[in-house]
Design a protein around this ligand. Structure first.
Ligand SMILES: [Zn+2]
Length: 137
């Protein structure tokens, strides 16, 4: 995987808004796009409604993947927030990173977070932070 991820600016903004609209639990969702650029965001419901973990219900995942296919988009990433800890992969995030080719975005809803949107690749328990390249339309 390249050491950068290309994203439309409005997607970064929407992810952050989602995190800040649910500041007490981990928010989560999927990201998709085409030609290597993330162009679409699919907010999801955290089935665990937890401040320290997230899970997307299988039925919701099924629906989201179907919508992506219908729109001709490729699944490219997953995002979630860390309400009160640093927005870097937790031990649980590393343990449960089932998609080695996906980009894992981790957000902080805190207004004083130095770097509220970060992106990582996680494969075989190895974490690499990715540079986020903003690609305007
Ligand atoms: Zn996490």
């Amino acid at each position: 995987m390249a050491d950068l991820v290309q994203v439309r600016p409005e997607i970064l903004e929407e992810m952050l808004q989602h995190a800040r609209s649910e500041p007490r639990i981990e928010c989560c969702g999927l990201l998709a796009g085409r030609d290597g650029v993330i162009t679409a965001i699919f907010p999801a419901k955290n089935a665990l409604a937890s401040a320290t973990a997230y899970d997307i219900a299988p039925r919701d995942l099924f629906d989201l993947f179907r919508t992506m296919r219908e729109q001709g988009l490729a699944h490219m990433g997953i995002y979630h927030s860390h309400p009160s800890t640093e927005n870097a992969p937790s031990a649980r995030d590393i343990e449960q990173a089932y998609y080695p080719d996906q980009v894992y975005f981790i957000l902080s809803p805190r207004l004083n977070a130095p770097n509220p949107v970060r992106a990582f690749s996680i494969r075989d328990r190895a974490v690499q932070e990715l540079k986020i390249e903003i690609v305007a339309q």
